[in-house]
Design a protein around this ligand. Structure first.
Ligand code: PMT
Length: 444
């Protein structure tokens, strides 16, 4: 498959060579477009040598070229051909300037023109100074691009070329290459699956204007929806109120209360092969909802009634082969509490996240968690939620793999009757060969 790498300016431009190499390691054919400012940092020749192709540096004829020469005509229509050639366009590094141009539909050089002309998936891997990254203008541009389906490969945090510390470092080349592979559908490991995901925080009304709620933004659930969708799944996203735009091509079911979420989940769960419950569901609701806005008349006591435990109900109604993954938001004894929840709710796995630490968990772009099953605990250290979503799905896909087989060999001969599923009850064959003559092999 063919990938166009757009290199925009800034000191990180020199890292684009590593991105090209990472893509080539994935057996992708790569060509490069450079902006004018990128050429201040790296010579086009570097990329020409790496790719074996001419590097595109201009939309318009070079000085001295005749306006009507074949070359200039080639040049001015080349973006259309290149737009058709590429199966994906990835801009790495993407400067604040190129993001702004993309967001506003400007087309004043080859890269920006190609962005408008291509219908292939577009990915941007921003790299810039931390203040530029955090500036509302840049964030608004990124939001606009995300809404249009552009995949943003979040920058890493750390020491930046400008000397400042914070987010703004170009993502690792291997990570960028993986994102491109995903965009190209090369890891469609969830193809054929229907994934029902819950997201956001439910709201329980007190009166017509007030509610009991929580700090869930929906970011974790929406990231899971986007990741599952890009891995080939059909996604049903049952979302409590959230300010986020749903990922393209997901079916969005909007709910407000825990009761509404319960009804939506139960009515759609029979379609799902996998249910992931990342929503923060209210455990209690006021016993009475006032018809009119409550007046301030001194101290007030509100009686709360427990809501239904949707996850437990989903487990009770599960159909054969359906995987169910819960989340646990814990502020203390994460692993202990998480494991207790896993067993109590009877889910296949639970993602335990520490929601007491600043910068992760509720309403944050990052998360850190442990993926717990009855027999394993996989650490998912702090990372962007979108990355975490893929890591969680990697583990979920792992649950679908066939279980290990314990093959018993009597002497040197294998015997079908001696092949037992290590997960099943030990069978009583009556006669067992003497221990000394038996050998066991685990087949993964
Ligand atoms: O939305 P973000 O801002 O991105 O934040 C993400 C998150 C922190 C909300 C998310 O990562 C998370 O932890 N979600 C689960 C929050 C939660 O309600 O945890 P819990 O430990 O209270 O519930 C355990 C499980 O039971 C959850 O899967 C929950 O969806 C489910 N549950 C809880 C109560 C209830 N009445 N019905 C349920 O199904």
């Amino acid at each position: 498959m063919k990938v166009m790498v757009g290199v925009s300016g800034g000191i990180a431009a020199y890292k684009a060579a590593e991105v090209v190499r990472a893509l080539q390691r994935q057996a992708l054919e790569v060509r490069v477009v450079m902006t004018e400012s990128a050429q201040q940092f790296v010579q086009p020749l570097t990329f020409a040598a790496l790719t074996g192709h001419k590097v595109i540096t201009n939309l318009w004829p070079q000085t001295g070229e005749s306006e009507l020469s074949t070359d200039s005509m080639d040049s001015s229509i080349e973006h259309i051909a290149e737009a058709q050639w590429a199966d994906a366009l990835v801009v790495a590094p993407a400067t604040a300037n190129i993001l702004a141009k993309f967001a506003h539909g400007m087309a004043d050089d080859f890269l920006t023109t190609m962005y408008l002309a291509t219908t292939a998936p577009v990915l941007v891997a921003p790299a810039m100074n931390v203040n530029m990254w955090e500036h509302p203008a840049t964030q608004a541009n990124l939001e606009t691009l995300k809404q249009r389906g552009v995949r943003v490969i979040e920058p890493g945090s750390g020491q930046l070329a400008c000397g400042m510390v914070g987010p703004g470092r170009l993502a690792e080349p291997e990570f960028i290459a993986n994102a491109v592979l995903n965009a190209l559908g090369r890891s469609h490991d969830l193809a054929g699956e229907v994934v029902l995901i819950t997201a956001g925080g439910t709201r329980e009304a007190l009166d017509p204007v007030r509610f009991l709620g929580n700090r869930s933004s929906g970011k974790m659930g929406y990231a899971l929806a986007e990741a599952a969708q890009s891995r080939g799944a059909k996604v049903i996203l049952v979302s409590a109120p959230s300010a986020l735009y749903p990922p393209a091509h997901c079916e969005l079911v909007k709910v407000t209360t825990a009761d509404e979420m319960r009804a939506a989940v139960l009515s759609r769960m029979s379609e799902a092969t996998l249910v992931i419950k990342s929503a923060a569901v209210a455990d209690y609701r006021p016993s009475i909802v006032a018809d009119q806005k409550l007046k301030r008349t001194g101290p007030m006591t509100v009686e709360l009634l427990p809501t239904e435990d949707i996850l437990a109900e989903v487990v009770r109604r599960r159909k054969p082969g359906q995987l169910i993954v819960g989340f646990a938001a814990e502020t203390e004894n994460q692993l202990e509490n998480g494991r207790a929840k896993l067993l109590r709710k009877g889910v296949d796995a639970i993602v335990v996240n520490d929601v007491s630490r600043p910068g992760v968990g509720f309403d944050s772009d990052r998360n850190g968690a442990t993926f717990l099953t009855a027999s394993t605990a996989i650490d998912l250290p702090e990372m962007p939620k979108r990355t975490m979503a893929d890591r969680i799905l990697d583990e979920v896909v792992g649950l679908r793999r066939p279980q290990s087989l314990l093959v018993e060999l009597s002497g040197m001969e294998s015997d079908a009757a001696n092949i037992v599923d290590s997960q099943s009850e030990p069978f009583d064959s009556g006669i067992q060969p003497p221990i000394s003559t038996r050998r066991q092999i685990m087949i993964e």
